[in-house]
Design a binder for this molecule. Structure first.
Ligand code: UDP
Length: 387
């Protein structure tokens, strides 16, 4: 079968990595993929490079992707114009190349569903976000997703509930398929000591890291606020921020740096920027923090850390509630609460053996429930169902 994937970015963050894992592992005997990538943002093109390295064909197109930058009258006009044009172009592509199925990889790409409906082919909508505000938008998205899909794949129960709470008709067509992680690439066999050395971390220091785009809802600021509280109790703790700002939010990084200086913790903080060697990063960390202030739809980094045997501290909402086994593979703390975050970090620092046990339990959990083979089989089952 020929499957047209429509995607909303060209980076290598969560939704991009999930798409890459899927298309590179789909059996080529039965699935011929083509990935459509957007051109409306100045992306460096990390995903397209990874796709070509994996031998997966892609096409760049000026598709309409619903982004916060378009949330103004002029922006909405631009979005609508792109949406109409790209829907026409996608329909033409589906017809010309004989695609059997369209798979939209995030809730932000609307043209795939419209074009599939128009061309008369099934549409699988892979929803990876929880949009809570503005409320009108979240209702519109839920309506759109339910109306223009043959089947919805939600990456967590939290995402599925969010859709069905807003539009109960969705419950008949939703499957929850959690993301998966490559357990060979992310493994306890990966060595992180050279990276620790590069960052100047002593063997007896506990390194806490946050890995992901630097964004207001990802909660890097919460960790910075927690650090002085941690340091009152334990001394040998360092913090690393891995990942970078999106092209539209460059000033955020400077604001965070300024705040760290005000709090007197700059010396404890490493800015690693975007890194391609995340398995090594996870191996170098003693604890991964996921301090997101809005619910993570999933939280792929939790799986990546666990697969390397690194325990996590995550905020207790959204996907992490389903992935983290409290006290067994990591700790859950209330969102937007630096003091609670500090308590959890102190606990981790004071109990290294428990930390290690949680890391091992995390690896076992990933092997059992989050393998890529199982993930691919489940997605293929959805394709077969809609065809
Ligand atoms: N990531 C990366 N390099 C970085 C920061 C993040 O490769 O410097 C990857 C990380 O390994 C993970 C993804 O980006 O695969 C982040 O996924 P998550 O689900 O945590 O967040 P999202 O980006 O989907 O909001």
């Amino acid at each position: 079968m020929k499957v047209l994937f429509v995607h909303s970015s060209d980076e290598l963050y969560g939704s991009d990595v999930s798409l890459l894992e899927l298309v590179r592992r789909l059996p080529r005997r039965s699935v011929e993929p083509l990935v459509v990538l957007p051109t409306d943002m100045p992306y460096k093109g990390d995903l397209r490079q990874a796709l070509s390295e994996a031998g997966v064909p892609y096409l760049r197109m000026d598709i309409g992707v619903l982004r916060r930058v378009y949330m103004n009258p002029f922006g909405l006009m631009k979005f609508s114009y792109r949406l109409v044009r790209s829907t026409v172009a996608l329909r033409r592509l589906i017809k010309r190349e004989g695609f059997n199925l369209v798979h939209s990889n995030t809730g932000a790409v609307w043209g795939g569903g419209l074009a599939a409906r128009w061309a008369g082919v099934p549409h699988v909508w892979h929803v990876r976000e929880i949009v809570e505000k503005p409320e009108a938008l979240s209702h519109l998205m839920a309506w759109q997703v339910v109306t223009f899909s043959s089947r919805i794949i939600a990456i967590s129960g939290a995402v599925a509930n969010h859709i069905t709470d807003l539009n109960p008709h969705g419950s008949e067509k939703i499957s929850v398929i959690p993301n998966a992680v490559d357990t060979e690439r992310f493994s306890p066999a990966v060595v992180g000591s050279d990276l620790r050395q590069e960052w100047g971390i002593a063997p007896d220091e506990m390194l806490v890291g946050v890995v992901g785009r630097v964004h207001p809802w990802k909660g890097q600021d919460m960790l910075i606020e927690a650090m002085p509280l941690v340091l009152k109790r334990v001394d040998k703790v360092r913090l690393v921020i891995v990942g970078d700002v999106t092209p539209d939010r460059v000033s955020l990084r400077e604001n965070l740096k300024r705040r760290a200086e005000e709090l007197g913790i700059s010396g404890r903080l490493i800015w690693a920027g975007y890194r391609e060697d995340i398995p090594k990063v996870m191996a170098a960390l003693d604890v991964l923090a996921v301090p997101s202030t809005s619910p993570e739809p999933f939280g792929r980094t939790i799986l990546e850390a666990a697969a390397c045997g690194t325990p996590v501290i995550a905020t207790a909402h959204g996907g992490p509630l389903e992935i983290v086994k409290e006290g067994v593979t990591g700790l859950l703390v209330p969102p937007k609460d630096p003091a609670a975050l500090a308590v959890a970090i102190i606990q981790m620092a004071e109990e290294p053996e428990w930390r290690e046990r949680m890391g091992k339990a995390g690896r076992a959990e990933v092997l059992e429930n989050y393998s890529v083979d199982r993930y691919v089989d489940r997605v293929l089952a959805v394709y077969e169902e809609v065809l």
